[in-house]
Design a protein around this ligand. Sequence first.
Ligand code: C2E
Ligand code: MG
Ligand code: MG
Ligand code: MG
Length: 295
Amino acid sequence: EAKRAGGARHAVFDPAMKVRATYRGLVETELRQALDRGELFVVYQPIVWLGDHDGAGVGVEALVRWQHPLRGMVPPPAFIEIAEQTGLIGALGGFVLETACRQFMAWRQTLGPLAPQGLSVNLSRAQLCEPHLVVQVQRTLEGSGMPPGALQLEVTESLAAQDDAVRQRLQALKALGLTLALDDFGTGYSSLSSLHQLPVDLVKIDRSFVSQLETSAHHRALVKATVEVAQSLGMGTVAEGIETPGQARVLQALQCQKGQGYWFGRPMPAAALAEWLAARQGAGTTTAVTPPVAA
Ligand code: C2E
Ligand code: MG
Ligand code: MG
Ligand code: MG
């Protein structure tokens, strides 16, 4: 295989490369076992409306977690990329999508009107290139009974760029009835002026902008412009990584539609999310600028 051969060739000259290749091989083996042994699971982070909103419905983003028997909790950035490079991302992505869709339907049954209204699942670059992706998503929707309109797939900027094959794949996914979100907006290459070329329904403003909202007029202006352009294109807006009530207030003032971040709720296991939803309901508020609920 080209990748292996390349790694071996470089290793002769570059010991660091060999260490990396060995590490990747180790993680690959362990990740394969993790999938088999059920060490992977999914946590859910609330996405709330900012400001008053009649619908008041909460959405959730599914995020994968790996509970390693020895190393403890391994964060996604430490293994998603390796899963992509080794071809395990298809199985991993399938697991997350399947688990999250089933959980979403289970919440509908058990929580009734309190249940989350929407589900977001991340798609990595390699997943979008897998030929079976569209069929895999369609089968999962059918198998779980998940209403396509409640599912949102998150893709990153770099991935959604000017690539015809990618755009066709995105269109095929949309044809299933689901929606697409542009994740981490502002960190990649596409700009506000190219937003209209992307077949996305919603823009997620990256945490790096949100974290500087209160201190930097420049970042406030960027977020304001993003919200305005997205709005004019009929796209929704979600701000990521909101950690303070001040950030939530600024975003609300800038008319960003929705927010997500530790201030509202951390990513949590399904049972904890049900409690979070109940507590939020009990607090009798639908506005975003509420105290955080322990999670
Ligand atoms: P993302 O899709 O942009 O997800 C948001 C990340 O920000 C999550 O990190 C979340 O825990 C974190 N986050 C949320 N609110 C806050 C906050 O207020 N402050 C801070 N500091 N962080 C916050 P996580 O779970 O570690 O995931 C990192 C990335 O890994 C994700 O970024 C996504 O790109 C990728 N990822 C996670 N799960 C999956 C998955 O199931 N499939 C794929 N393909 N990628 C995934
Ligand atoms: Mg995401
Ligand atoms: Mg993001
Ligand atoms: Mg990210």
